[in-house]
Design a protein around this ligand. Sequence first.
Ligand code: HEM
Ligand SMILES: *[C@@H]1O[C@H](CO)[C@@H](O)[C@H](O)[C@H]1NC(C)=O
Ligand SMILES: *[C@@H]1O[C@H](CO)[C@@H](O)[C@H](O)[C@H]1NC(C)=O
Ligand SMILES: CC(=O)N[C@H]1CO[C@H](CO)[C@@H](O)[C@@H]1O
Length: 511
Amino acid sequence: MDPYKRCCWVLVFLCFPYLYGTTSEQLLPSSDRDSPFWTTNSGAPVSNNNSSMTVGTRGPILLEHYHLLEKLANFDRERIPERVVHARGASAKGYFEVTHNISHLTFANFLRAPGVQTPVIVRFSTVVNERGSPETLRDPRGFAVKFYTNEGNFDLVGNNFPVFFIRDGMKFPDMVHAFKPNPKSHIQENWRFLDFFSYHPESLHMFTFLFDDVGIPQDYRHMEGFGVNTFTFINKAGKVHYIKFHWKPTCGVRSLLEDEAIKIGGSDHSHATRDLYDSIAAGNYPEWKLFIQTMNPDHEDKFDFDPLDATKTWPEDIFPLQPVGHMVLNKNVDNFFGENEQLAFCPAIVVPGIYYSDDKLLQTRVFSYADTQRYRIGANYLQLPANAPKCIYHNNHHDGAMNFMHRDEEVNYFPSRFDPVREAWKYPIPSNVLMGKREQRVIQKENNFKQPGERYRSWAPDRQERFISRWIVALSDPRLTHEIRSIWISYWSQADKSLGQEIAKRLNMNI
Ligand code: HEM
Ligand SMILES: *[C@@H]1O[C@H](CO)[C@@H](O)[C@H](O)[C@H]1NC(C)=O
Ligand SMILES: *[C@@H]1O[C@H](CO)[C@@H](O)[C@H](O)[C@H]1NC(C)=O
Ligand SMILES: CC(=O)N[C@H]1CO[C@H](CO)[C@@H](O)[C@@H]1O
């Protein structure tokens, strides 16, 4: 026997009790199941991991070399589809801690009292470009938090701006197509989204964020987060409040100007991922404070805007920010694929005490996310460790591809006289009466120009100047027509007369 073979046999004998000496009930958890030698995925030791099995020394390769086939087959499937939006992202873990008593607003258990901590995983992202794209581009940033509460997960899937481009999800696929590269050439071209949004003045408010300095955050630590959509809190007595969520970074908000972004992005496509990872590794844990704004739904008609319109903010002088808690990210991901690529958020995932509102954008999101996850990851995506609840759970929604839940009961239907009775846990949801004809309409109070105008006027002159020059660059795209430029000038004039005039002047347009 040659020394190599003898060595392998010794290894197999040494490890035999370790591998086969336990009964299946005593299988080790995966982290303790690591093996000192190479095996196939089915656990059989590999006697040579170095060379393909061939006929003679030179080949051809034998089809029976299972280890080789398995290795190649696994590699061939290493990628799952990237997210259709928000493909580029970085995640980290930590905890959320309540600091203020808001039990008069919600009976959500994880918000029950100051001091209560809940584990979280957060994924920050860019929106438009591909999984490997630079993190220095002008683009909104995603700010998605999964709270692993003891009453199920709560996904707060927000962005770094408080408003959105559109107010009806019917427009979302077209909007994304307009922002993505040209379908013919796969080149990023501004004229496409300027054309699309020339039909959608409700986007102006969002553009006062995207084309402002905050349009390129310095990194993921120095940016705010917003739930954007209006949610509902319900308290023990069934009383309902509309809610907006705000995250504020304790290290402040910082942005990159164009020349800084180009400098960083030219040599590093991952500066924001790196910044997050390195900060946490160095013990410099990023922290955000969570605030809410609350509105009594009885007052929803009292304002010149529709509070369920995702293109609007609620003025902070009328709806002050109320502190709730803080979030600390103190642990990096162990594995990017498992905790970022396979991490799946969905705004429909709420817990008792938190509910949706009739916000039309939120209503469409409630469908779209779980649907895309079933396609992108698979029917049982919620069983994956990063997505599974950390509390007990039970239902009969199982089987399908990759159901790896252990189940041994004989009754998988309901109701059954053989199944232990499981209590229905009754808790209030908003009980307002819903009534109306079938309609497909735009909301009544569009009020598209007031808030963008106010925001523009709140800036110092140099900030207004940078905003204007970004619009001049965008509107100078040679593919844009006179008509499209005129529409944009008209929109900005309606937001702020001097802004519209200035843009017109610099584009040599008469209005
Ligand atoms: C009707 C409007 C919208 C639709 C249909 C929609 C749809 C989607 C889809 C399909 C994804 C990919 C999810 C995945 O593959 O994991 C996604 C990701 C995301 N969306 Fe939206 N979206 C909408 C509006 C919004 C708004 C208003 C926000 C901000 C409040 C937002 C924030 C996010 C974030 C943060 C992610 C990335 C989640 C992650 O990190 O995995 N989306 N969206
Ligand atoms: C493994 O392969 C390399 C070349 O790829 C060779 O130099 C080496 O001798 C091989 N080792 C064994 C143990 O077969
Ligand atoms: C929180 O406030 C409620 C009244 O809104 C009060 O009943 C409760 O005791 C308070 N809880 C704590 C922990 O202070
Ligand atoms: C079990 C086994 O075959 N191990 C080998 C894997 O490859 C390395 C590098 O070629 C060898 O040193 C091991 O002996």
